[in-house]
Ligand binder design. Sequence first.
Ligand SMILES: [Zn+2]
Ligand SMILES: [Zn+2]
Length: 220
Amino acid sequence: MAIPIPQPRGDVLFESFAAGPLQCNCSIIGDAITKKGVIIDPGGDPDHIMSVVERLGLTITAIVHTHAHLDHILASGEIKNRTGAKLFLHKGDKPLWDSLEQQCLKFGVPYEPTPSPDSWLTDDEAISCCNGVALHTPGHTAGSMSFWFEDHGILVAGDTLFQMGIGRTDLPGGSYQEISRSIEDRLFRLEGDALIVTGHGPNTSLEFERRANPFFGRGV
Ligand SMILES: [Zn+2]
Ligand SMILES: [Zn+2]
């Protein structure tokens, strides 16, 4: 079944691509007029990330994270060095961020010392470009965030919502009850349709998941 994937709307520069050893989807979004942009989840391959930033002609004003599993933050320190932008994370994921070295050991991934986040994101906080807003959507981890760009019809959902699936809740800080509430009460209540960039694998559509995601008893 082919899922109709909406395209971003309006004056926006947007790219997402799999990055790093665990192929997390990294997103770059920028205002086509002001050329200010943010990077979401720099999970690796900093040279590639910076080449996209340069091709789009963006000045990066913030580096934001959906959560602090290693595969979403592995290039964060390097990208901070290269752009001078600040690192943003929900405080609920501070213990995970602080355990990056142990996470790397567990997955056999080389560890790069990474500076602490510069600022704690809170629910409904504005993102510094494209009228974005950070939504606290716990459940995959305690501090999981989704980033909603209503003007452009883009939702970056991290490991909370996947095409016909939801994120794992069996890792430290995970909760099935919370992820269900986050998706039903926050993400599915956003207006209209949108492109959803998931944490790994294919994109999907908000309208489609609202109707067909099997975890919410709907079925196709
Ligand atoms: Zn994760
Ligand atoms: Zn992930």
